[in-house]
Design a protein. Sequence first.
Length: 154
Amino acid sequence: MLYFKNGKWNFCTEKVRYIQHGEETTQYVGKEEHDWWVDFEEKWEHTEIIEFIEVELPTVEQLERLAEINELGIPDGFGTMVENYVIHGEFPEGINHPLRILQLQKKNEQLLVQLAQTTAETLEVMTTLHEIQKIEQAEANAELIELMMMLGGM
């Protein structure tokens, strides 16, 4: 679904369905591109293209993840790892892989969001407690005034 060409990762835009040596196969058209397949079919009798199939467009999230990968400059040779992240948002196991910096950045962002949420919740609780304390203090003051008035009236 992804291929590496001219120093960056790209989405495949189509698949080719063909018969070669009597076997039908469907595969993504990658860096070899559409015209290569047409030329290949013309040159080799044992290959017959049945059709080119348009591939479903990537989601916004997948496009964003692809941009992140290309910003990191991850070279060819890590196709499965890159594809799992771009397509599914999954990082590889362990800590020794080319996506580790990105993985740590994402974890950091999650932790910052959680910290902000926890801080907001804590402030809300503190504000509520302060309001409760003010109400209780006002009630205690009213009781004290009432008691003083009763004692003063004797």
